[in-house]
Ligand binder design. Structure first.
Ligand code: BGC
Ligand code: NOJ
Length: 814
């Protein structure tokens, strides 16, 4: 069953039923000010850091799931009836409810009691504020007297503290109200130089800033006393829970439409200009007032919205495809690219499943995210790479995460994940291939953010590589450390204590347990680094990298191959994991997918065997599970993995992040049918019809789909912030459609289904627009290319020597 439909022309998903199985959300903002908004207007806003600069309060894991947000109420002054056009929080019956989630904006509206109302929410580019444009239309035959109310609940900035430290926080809340603008200034009098504001374009019939005055005693957001009474109380918050609510009374003729603009924003004043008059305790508003005035004008708000649309048009325009498969088209052209920008901006910090107070930006995660967005935001990718590298440790190792506001690494969620450093090589390589900007390698970058420790970025890559060489185990495979990609394979953490974190506790010395997955990643990263070194004229160094990867290949062949597939690891006792000898967990996706992705075993048939075994043992109709058989009991020596019930998360769930490794591996074997079939099984658009089972949004990937061992096989969880976005985008764009960036130019190497007659694409690459058309003349993957009508040798199209800005590529597959 479906809960809406794709409007591809407008790049929107239109939800037509408010009670979706889970809140279906969208992101507002793409630079510094961000918001999360659900299909019923739930969610919250923050500036840069979801933990430390939270503007609005949100209560997680609520019942109902999603409660608290950017709610608007309408009240009929004649009948006294009131309702919310977004369904929540009043949940009154509505006609024509719709929520249009678009690129950086959301429009939610409906009709009730003959009054149509829609609110468009978005964040203008280059501003630290969100605009709510509420339009109210009288569809009755008679005049209507309607009061409108806005509402938000302020968070006292640090969302973690806000949710826990009540003995202090119930005393600190402060606001100012001036010319109808509500200013939230908790802690402004002391060490903060920032405040929030909530403004309204129309003359107010009232306002409230104290939650209890607005809601009334023992009442919730579904029936605020002041809304029910039809009159806000002009309350001023002193401590407790500051909120913002405006009341505007409208008299509407039949057919008449009125628009009200609300602004919620964040502003920082220079420390020496905080107060006006100086020496007082009153906020200096002179610097923010022009911005408020500008966006309260609906014409300016409209212009900002048009600018936002153009921004997304141009970002998405960098890569557009037309294939025979609508699900491929809309994910590549719209939603997957869009999700890649969200994962870039948020990493894994703020969604409805990541609280925004737990995780910062992950080192491993953010490097992989680069694969999905580097073509859309190369300058920001550059900055991200340099930020990440600056948190790297002198050993080449990495903090597992850093906070975006401070840009400092921390050990809060553990460290010593031995795969981490290699992802920096993968990320930098993707950047170089996309941009050709070799200067990044010469940028001086500190270690652990310590001034004086700066070395060229290139040196950081060297250390990433040697980090593994310094940490080889008894078989010569890389030591796994805290964990590798699979955060839950904690072979050095034996925990029998409830509540102990598998990510931060270590009780083994880490000198035995080894990872075949890291071995594959090491080979992959080593080859990438060798290619970079040789283009920098460092031939001997390149040979060293190749030499080391060759040695590792030999070790993998000897100790990493199980006969039919690649092993996964050796545990702290030197016993095999992911082997036919194991009782459970005999075969794993990560080592098989990544080794073959890295090209390991293509020459001797082991790659083919590994992919056949993966297909046979791990692939299901809903995607490929992590391992089989699922762990049916708790294995002390394996860590968190077997703490999950069978079929969920890392214990044999369908971890969508790693499915694309198998898709890419299949393209390396030339099997386009299988690659695209795997792609389609987890493609959210292709799963739209089974929305009741899938439950998450049909327009973005979820981290996990419950595996075949789970009672809820096929049910997705943890949508939005997952490496799934970047890897699926990369797999379909660069390996299945085969439009691949290389250090030397654009490679065209499609491995598409045999039934496809071809496809066309537009790709902007290093400032040149490539118009690509592929035609299938035979069943294979051999490609013959003409560039502007001239046949070329090979399949890499070098940037045009004569400065042309448009190039036509035709490819014949046979
Ligand atoms: C989850 C992993 C996640 C880790 C982060 C675990 O509980 O299963 O997917 O990466 O926590 O700390
Ligand atoms: C989610 C984490 O963000 C990611 O870093 C990890 O690789 C996967 N879980 C698998 O454990």
């Amino acid at each position: 069953m479906k809960f809406g439909y794709f409007d591809d022309r407008n790049r929107e998903y239109v939800i037509t039923q408010p009670d979706t199985p889970l809140p279906w959300i969208n992101y507002l903002g793409c630079q510094a000010y961000f918001g999360i908004i659900s299909n019923t207007a739930g969610g919250y806003s923050f500036y840069r850091d979801a933990r430390l600069r939270r503007l609005t309060r949100y209560r997680y894991n609520n019942a109902p799931f999603d409660f608290g947000g950017r709610y608007v109420y309408l009240r009929d002054r004649e009948s006294g009836q009131f309702w919310s056009p977004s369904w929540q929080p009043t949940r009154r019956e509505l006609k024509d409810y719709s929520c249009r989630h678009g690129m950086g904006y959301t429009v939610i509206g409906s009709t009730a009691n003959g009054i149509e109302a829609h609110t468009r929410y978005f964040v203008p580019l280059d501003e630290n504020l969100e605009v709510w444009q509420l339009t109210v239309t009288n569809r009755r035959a008679a005049k209507a007297q309607i009061s409108t109310f806005s509402s938000i609940e302020f968070c006292l900035w640090d969302a973690q503290d806000d949710a826990t430290n009540f003995q202090r926080n119930f005393n600190t809340g402060q606001v100012e109200v001036e010319e109808g603008v509500i200013y939230h200034k908790t802690e402004y009098r002391e060490r903060r130089d920032h405040f929030a504001y909530f403004a309204c374009s129309e003359p107010l019939a009232g306002f409230d800033t104290q939650r209890d005055a607005f809601l009334g005693r023992y009442r919730g957001w579904d029936s605020p006393a002041a809304v029910e009474a039809g009159q806000l109380t002009n309350s001023i918050a002193h401590g407790w829970a500051p909120i913002g609510a405006h009341q505007v009374n409208l008299d509407l003729q039949p057919g008449e439409t009125r628009q009200i603009v609300f602004l919620l924003g964040y502003h920082e004043n220079p420390v020496d200009r905080k107060f006006d008059p100086p020496g007082s305790q009153t906020i200096n508003k002179s610097l923010v007032k022009p911005t408020i005035a500008k966006y309260l004008d609906p014409l300016n708000a409209d212009a900002a919205f048009e600018r936002l649309r153009k921004y997304w048009d141009s970002l998405l325009g960098i890569f557009q495809v037309d294939t025979p498969d609508i699900h491929t088209n809309r994910m590549v052209n719209i939603w997957n690219a869009y999700q890649c920008m969200a994962t870039f901006n948020m990493s894994r910090s703020a969604s409805f499943y990541e609280s925004g107070i737990g995780r910062g930006l992950g080192f491993r995660d953010s490097n992989q995210d680069l694969l999905g967005f580097v073509h859309m935001a190369p300058a920001r990718a550059r900055e991200r790479i340099l930020d990440l590298a600056a948190t790297q440790l002198p050993t080449g190792g990495a903090y597992h995460q850093y906070q975006p506001l401070t840009k400092r690494g921390n050990n809060d969620i553990g460290s010593g994940f031995n795969d981490d450093p290699h992802w920096l090589i993968v990320g930098v390589s993707a950047y170089l291939k996309e941009t050709g900007d070799w200067s990044i390698l010469d940028e001086p970058v500190p270690y652990d953010n310590q001034p004086g420790s700066e070395q060229p970025l290139y040196e950081h890559l060297r250390r990433s590589f040697s980090y593994t060489l310094d940490r080889l185990g008894p078989h010569g495979l890389p030591l796994i450390g805290r964990a590798d990609w699979n955060d839950c394979l904690n072979l050095n953490c034996f925990s029998d204590t409830p509540g102990q974190s598998f990510q931060t506790t270590t009780n083994k010395d880490g000198k035995v347990a080894e990872s075949v997955f890291i071995a594959g990643l090491f080979v992959h990263a080593g080859r990438e680094l060798a290619a970079i070194a040789s283009r920098r004229g460092l031939g001997a160094e390149a040979s060293h990298y190749i030499g080391e990867t060759e040695k590792m290949l030999a070790v993998i062949r000897e100790h990493g191959w199980d006969g039919e597939w690649f092993l996964r690891a050796y545990d702290d006792f030197g016993a095999k994991i992911g082997s036919k000898e194991c009782e459970e967990g005999k075969i794993f996706i990560e080592s098989n997918g990544f080794c073959v992705l890295a090209g390991i075993g293509l020459e001797d048939g082991t790659a083919l065997k590994a992919m056949n075994a993966t297909g046979e043992h791990l692939a299901t109709k809903h995607g490929i599970v992590v391992q089989q058989p699922a762990y049916s009991r708790y294995y002390l020596n394996l860590g968190e993995i077997s703490s999950y019930p069978p079929g969920y998360k890392e214990n044999a769930g369908i971890f969508c992040h790693v499915n694309p490794w198998v898709m890419i591996a299949e393209t390396r074997l030339g099997r386009g049918d299988r690659a695209h079939d795997y792609y389609s099984r987890i493609n959210p658009s292709a799963r739209e019809e089974i929305g009741e089972l899938h439950r998450c949004e049909p327009y973005v990937y979820a981290q996990m789909i419950a595996g075949k061992d789970a009672p809820t096989f096929g049910e997705a969880k943890n949508s939005w912030l997952t490496g799934t976005a970047a890897w699926n985008y990369y797999a379909i764009a660069q390996w299945i459609l085969g439009i691949r960036t290389t250090l030397d130019g654009l490679e065209i190497a499609p491995v598409i289904p045999r039934s496809w007659p071809g496809f066309t694409a537009t790709r902007v690459f290093r400032g040149v627009t490539y118009k690509i058309s592929i035609e299938r003349h035979g069943e294979g993957n051999r490609i013959a290319l003409t560039v502007d009508g001239n046949p070329i040798e090979g399949n890499i199209v070098a940037p045009p020597a004569d400065g042309r800005k448009e190039v036509t590529i035709k490819g014949i597959l046979s």
